[in-house]
Design a binder for this molecule. Structure first.
Ligand code: HEC
Length: 158
């Protein structure tokens, strides 16, 4: 129990640091285990399989998600953000419900990343899903991907 609490405390501290220096390149660090993956070439992304760095990525992704994605995909990833109505009436599609672990859990991680980075059409989906690769950092894209994947895989261990 005690160690579980410690494990939560550490990401919180790093997260706070990341938040106080938005855009500063220090988040990858280069030498801190899985986080170094964020510094590697964006085209050949390596997912951090270390459990703690995965949790950290998900925690950061939740913040990115709340800021840029929840508006369409919904606060809880149910595809019911307040802009979902407009998306539906303009493009005829509903933002993906990430909590639908049957449908979304079967989407490969690379496809999730490509959808976020390059937009819906890059993965055969609607252009209602914007490309984020030019506005978010590569690390933010990965983190957002890890977060939405965690919604579909609530018991995922890595
Ligand atoms: C303007 C509304 C909108 C915003 C903002 C938005 N999305 Fe989407 N997104 C969509 C729609 C609509 C789809 C479904 C397209 C389809 O089914 O053809 C989608 C699809 C996706 C998919 C593909 C799912 C699959 O089944 O392959 C992912 C992943 C995704 N969004 C992640 C994100 C993330 C992460 C963000 C924030 C960085 C985000 N979206 C922001 C509208 C949006």
């Amino acid at each position: 129990m005690k160690s579980a609490r410690m494990a939560l405390a550490v990401p919180a501290v790093v997260l706070a640091a990341a938040l106080s220096f938005p855009g500063c390149g220090s988040r990858g660090g280069g030498s801190r285990g899985g986080l170094a993956a964020h510094d590697s070439s964006f085209v050949s992304v390596t997912y951090p399989h270390d459990r703690s760095s995965m949790e950290l990525s998900v925690a950061r992704g939740r913040i990115v998600y709340g800021r840029y994605c929840a508006v369409c995909h919904g606060e809880n990833g149910e595809g019911d953000g307040f802009n979902a109505y407009n998306v539906k009436s303009t493009y005829g599609v509903t933002p993906t419900a990430f909590v639908d672990s049957v449908a979304f859990a079967s989407v490969p991680a690379d496809t999730v990343l490509a959808a976020i980075r390059d937009g819906g059409p890059a993965v055969g989906k609607s252009r209602a899903m914007p490309p984020w690769g030019r506005t978010l950092t590569p690390g933010d894209v990965i983190d957002a991907g890890e977060y939405v994947r965690s919604l579909a895989h609530p018991t995922r261990k890595n």
